[in-house]
Design a protein around this ligand. Structure first.
Ligand code: ACO
Length: 429
């Protein structure tokens, strides 16, 4: 049976039938409301303007149709390309899941080899990229260094540079060109992060190898040789391979809708990824752990938050008000690093906060739990990563997912993203 809304506009007395498909209606159907049928003179009625929707924070608005990731925030389930995240986590590693998310199927060895080789070539930085990174003071913030590194890589990529000088769309409907460019974009980010890490830590940068995966080469370029780190991250990153329409994925698509290249689109996403209410919450959470210092000082800190003296960063999620399925899987990984977690002073504070918040009515009633984004960072800390590199690496783990959405958008009609505003002033009436 077809479902629909039957709506009457009290201004005109006119009724409208708005089809419901799944749980969605089309905004264009809402836009039909207010336009008098058959009338071209739009001044004839006070309701001549199309009805529009105000949706602060896009909480009820879908801007894409996608078949990449399905999240059910109420039941607490995530599926990539219809595979439950739990089975992917237990049976595969990130490289397989990255392929699944971007291209819709698990990779053959030949496909993996092709991606590895393309990435490896792209990871080798030109002198200008190296110069840009090394021009920063060693204690500079990681975030602006990433933006500079990505810009330097973009400037040395002839295909990317061509994007703005061609009359026809460079990537839209041309998936072969897009695929190579998106693989290079991921490689550029990995290489940039490794160069920053080496520059900050005065370490020698190692060349990547074509036989290694993205993660394997990231660690090689950084000079991190512990195989346990790769084993653990190859599982952890599965949990961040995609998270459908995140703030930063939306930014990638927003920029992408101008037909810009993938390096620039990803850079827009990285900028959002650093904001305090998004990925930047991690930095603030760690800053709080440092300020609190010891587990005994946790209760007064939380009481201040409850009195609306700020937010507990790393807690709460727009989608999950019950259970984030990734948390249990991260706990599995954390169990293997229990000793390192308990020995780390910052993580001892983090765990004390978690125990307190999990029993406190303020947090329980609002469904506020440590989000998977913060929990995953505990593993990085336990494995010895500095806080300022953690967020950079987490952004890399998410970039293939954002690019999967960019790629998907290339198969759909071009439509420049341009939201509306409601102009409010006495003149508006
Ligand atoms: N600490 C304290 N109180 C909180 C928190 C928090 N972290 N998050 C929400 N609340 C409270 C709000 O004050 C509000 O309380 P009220 O009902 O008394 O007014 C209630 O919970 C609902 O909060 P909203 O802001 O409406 O929830 P929303 O779904 O819009 O916010 C968000 C989600 C932005 C993630 C929020 O929980 C938050 O600010 N968390 C801290 C920042 C953070 O960790 N962001 C990372 C998210 S994950 C990611 O982006 C990759």
């Amino acid at each position: 049976m077809d479902h629909h809304l039957q709506v009457t506009d009290s201004r005109t007395g006119k009724s409208y039938t708005i089809p419901i498909s799944g749980d969605y209606i089309r905004a264009s159907d809402v836009g039909r409301i207010g336009i008098p049928e058959g009338k071209t003179d739009t001044t004839a009625s006070k309701a001549a303007k199309p009805l529009r929707i105000i949706d602060n924070g896009f909480q009820y608005t879908a801007c894409m149709e996608s078949s990449i990731t399905h999240i059910d925030g109420v039941r607490g389930t995530i599926r990539y390309r219809d595979f439950p995240i739990e089975s992917l986590f237990h049976q595969y590693v990130y490289e397989d899941v990255m392929h699944l998310v971007i291209w819709g199927s698990l990779p053959t060895q030949e496909e993996k080899d092709h991606v590895r080789e393309t990435m490896c070539k792209a990871m080798v930085p030109s002198q200008s990229v190296k110069d840009v990174i090394s021009a920063f003071p060693r204690d500079a913030e990681t975030f602006p260094m990433i933006l500079a590194g990505m810009s330097a890589f973009a400037a040395s990529d002839s295909v990317i540079c061509k994007t703005r000088h061609q009359q026809s769309a460079m990537f839209h409907g041309r998936l072969d060109v897009a695929d190579e460019a998106l693989v290079r974009t991921i490689a550029y980010l990995a290489s940039t992060i490794s160069l920053i890490y080496c520059h900050k830590n005065e370490k020698q940068w190692n060349s990547p190898e074509p036989s290694r995966s993205l993660l394997g080469n990231l660690l090689l370029m950084m000079g991190i040789t512990n195989p346990e780190v790769e084993r653990c991250l190859a599982k952890l990153w599965i949990l961040y391979a995609d998270h459908e329409m995140t703030n930063s994925t939306a930014a990638v698509l927003h920029a992408g809708s101008t037909l810009i290249d993938p390096v620039s689109a990803v850079t827009a996403g990285i900028i959002c990824g650093y904001g305090p209410l998004h990925g930047g919450a991690i930095d603030l959470a760690y800053e709080a752990f440092r300020q609190i210092g010891t587990a005994e000082r946790v209760p007064p800190f939380i009481e201040r938050i409850k009195a609306k003296g700020g937010r507990l960063f790393g807690y709460g999620h727009r989608v999950y008000k019950t259970r984030d399925p990734r948390v249990a899987l991260i706990e599995e990984l954390l169990e293997g690093h229990r000793d390192a977690v308990e020995a780390n002073p910052l993580l001892r504070v983090a765990m004390a906060i978690d125990r307190y918040a999990n029993q406190d009515a303020y947090f329980v009633e609002r469904g506020l739990k440590a989000n998977a984004d913060l929990m995953g960072c505990f593993l990085y800390t336990a494995m010895g990563f500095d806080t300022d590199m953690i967020i950079a690496i987490t952004i890399l783990s998410r970039t293939p997912g954002a690019l999967a959405h960019w790629r998907e958008s290339l198969t759909q009609p071009v439509k420049l993203w341009r939201p509306q505003q409601k102009y409010v002033s006495p003149l508006a009436n």
